[in-house]
Design a protein around this ligand. Structure first.
Ligand code: AMP
Ligand code: MG
Length: 313
């Protein structure tokens, strides 16, 4: 009996050892890069993780260079100067998709507000409250700014690269955006924290497989003048910071570009219009943090760690 137990124990140890070795054998690479004016953390598991990090970093730099609002020679700056820079089919596809998202959100997501953001000084950090005449003039211009959608698009591009490389799994933090890729070995979900603007984590979203989790928040960029706080998410109807009683909106969606555009759009729409928009849609979930601290989450969002009201269909 004793011997049998020993054999069983030895076998179990060997099995555990194999499992541990298999787990250790999975290549993991982590890298922090600076792109699109923010810190990005890339973490990949699988054979070729090193290659994956290299390809994603190159893609992030290329997108940044192409669509930067501050680089004078970016494709975007050249377009905004009325030049006609060469666009790849992929660039054209991006612009078509961005336009479709603007239409879908009734213009709440509007990628043509570069002049308005510039009038508020949101690009260089030279903040000021523009006059009504300056806002009206800026609203009349049609200048491209992909700041509300580019990081989400980058997440999606990263997923396509990882699929081609047949990578096992990964998690990318691209500024305020999180892009998950693949399944965890034990089948458990990814746990993605929503930032509490007052510090720490507001709540945790459980996400299975590949998804994009994007937060738009008034606390992410703002300035104060005469005791009034002005943030960077602008209402395209007024040209002023959207004032819909929200502090942040988080969107969970399989598609990164859509997640990013919708987080901005829902912030502009506010809780009520945003909830109706969700009811008419079937491709995303959302979490709304109100300025008074209340939290609302759509029925399919797997949120834990906080109290919240459920928005149902
Ligand atoms: P996000 O953090 O994704 O919500 O994007 C905010 C950024 O997008 C701002 O810093 C502006 O560059 C730009 N932006 C501001 N308001 C809008 C809007 N209503 N639609 C599209 N882009 C916007
Ligand atoms: Mg956005």
């Amino acid at each position: 009996m004793k011997r049998l137990l020993c054999v069983a124990l030895a076998a179990a140890l060997v099995l555990c050892g194999c499992a541990a070795d298999a787990w250790r054998a999975v290549e993991m690479r982590e890298e922090t890069v600076w792109a699109m004016d923010t810190v990005m953390d890339l973490k990949l598991w699988g054979k070729g993780a090193e290659e994956g990090i290299g390809q994603i970093t190159a893609m992030l730099y290329a997108l940044d260079e192409k669509w930067s609002v501050t680089r004078q020679e970016s494709v975007l700056s050249r377009m905004n100067r009325g030049e006609d820079p060469a666009l790849t089919p992929q660039d054209e596809d991006l612009l078509v998709r961005v336009e479709a998202l603007s239409q879908r959100t009734g213009g709440a997501f509007n990628p043509w507000m570069h002049s308005v953001s510039a009038a508020w000084g949101f690009y260089g950090g030279n903040y000021r409250v523009p006059t009504q005449a300056q806002i009206d003039e800026a609203l009349a211009q049609r200048q491209l700014d992909l700041g509300a959608a580019l990081k989400g698009y980058a997440g999606q591009q990263a997923v396509e690269l990882l699929e081609k490389l047949d990578m096992e799994r990964g998690i990318l933090t691209l500024g305020g955006n999180v892009q998950t890729y693949g399944e965890k070995p034990d089948g458990s979900p990814w746990n993605v924290g929503i930032q509490n603007p007052n510090g720490g984590v507001l709540g945790t979203l459980a996400v299975t497989g590949t998804a994009s989790i994007v937060t738009s928040g008034s606390y992410q960029r703002y300035f104060e003048e005469n005791g009034v706080r002005y943030h960077h998410i602008l209402d395209p109807k007024t040209g002023y910071p959207a004032d819909t009683g929200l502090t942040s909106v988080t969107v969970i969606c399989r598609d990164g570009l859509t997640a990013d555009a919708l987080s901005t759009a829902l912030f502009v729409m506010g809780l009520e219009r945003g909830s109706d928009f969700w009811r008419e849609s079937d491709d995303f979930e959302a979490v709304f943090l109100l300025t008074d601290g209340r939290i609302y989450a759509t029925a399919g969002a797997c949120l834990s760690g906080c109290e919240y009201e459920v928005i149902s269909r």
